[in-house]
Write a protein that binds this ligand. Structure first.
Ligand code: PXP
Length: 247
């Protein structure tokens, strides 16, 4: 089965709206795990708009599955990652003005900073993933830099309008996944995935992990985190090509 990493950034967004103590993303991580999350993902942004340093340190203590730290290759954040030692670090592009991560990392254009972050994180025993567009040249560069995994941005897929545009984006993801697997890279995907558009994604041959945040947290506000995660896992299981038989 494909792993589900639950991104809990927006639990912290609600807390930061009041600079209060609740809701606590650490509690959300525990409930997401009870709901069947295979990992917890957080993005420690340079502007600290949602996740705070304290969250990352506490999550390192509390998460019993896998902690995936999304981060830009800024020195300050790399230094924190080297202290926290998440199970995985996913390097993403970051702009202060953006509402959310826009597009994948241009691995060639950011090579010196990306290479340095990859080398240092790997030396500390952290598994490194690069968040990139589903473009073959980006996959080749990620491999050249020594990444363990790549996470294809699915924003272009999830924002595509009309059946033909959706099919074209899906085809790009399928082709890039096959290429990455051929190079021995682990393949993850994420951004903009929800309870409906995730279905074709779990059928892409070779995808190993999805990182999903906004749609799960949105549902969790109404039905609770445990149930929201359980329902996402259920959709993924029902549409996975080779579902495991119960028992
Ligand atoms: N993967 C990466 C690298 C991201 O930056 C994000 C957003 O923080 C996600 C996955 C989750 O995206 P969404 O919140 O749209 O599900």
């Amino acid at each position: 089965m494909i792993r589900l990493g639950v991104n809990i950034d927006h639990v912290a967004t609600v807390r930061q709206a009041r600079r209060a103590k609740e809701p606590d993303p650490v509690a959300a991580a525990v409930l997401a795990t009870l709901g069947g999350a295979d990992g917890i993902t957080v993005h420690l942004r340079e502007d600290r708009r949602h996740i705070q340093d304290r969250d990352v340190y506490l999550l390192r203590e509390v998460v019993t599955t896998r902690l995936n730290l999304e981060m830009a290759a800024y020195e300050e954040i790399v230094a924190i990652a080297l202290k926290v030692k998440p199970d995985e670090a996913t390097l993403v592009p970051e702009k202060r003005q953006e509402l959310t991560t826009e597009g994948g990392l241009d691995v060639a254009a950011t090579e010196p900073a990306t290479r340095s972050a990859v080398d240092r994180l790997k030396a500390a025993g952290v598994h490194v993933s690069l968040f990139i567009d589903p473009a073959l040249a980006q996959v080749d560069m990620a491999k050249k830099l020594g990444a363990d995994a790549i996470e294809f941005q699915t924003a272009s897929y999830s924002e595509a309008v009309g059946a033909a545009a959706v099919a074209a984006e899906l085809a790009k993801l399928e082709r890039a996944t096959a290429h990455a697997k051929g190079l021995g890279l682990h393949v993850h995907m994420g951004h903009g995935l929800n309870y409906w558009n995730v279905k074709p994604i779990v059928r892409v041959a070779g995808v190993e992990e999805l990182n999903i945040g906004h749609s799960i947290v949105s549902r969790a506000v109404l039905v609770g985190m445990e149930r929201a995660v359980r329902e996402m896992k259920q959709v993924m299981q029902e549409h996975y090509p080779n579902p495991k038989k119960p028992g």
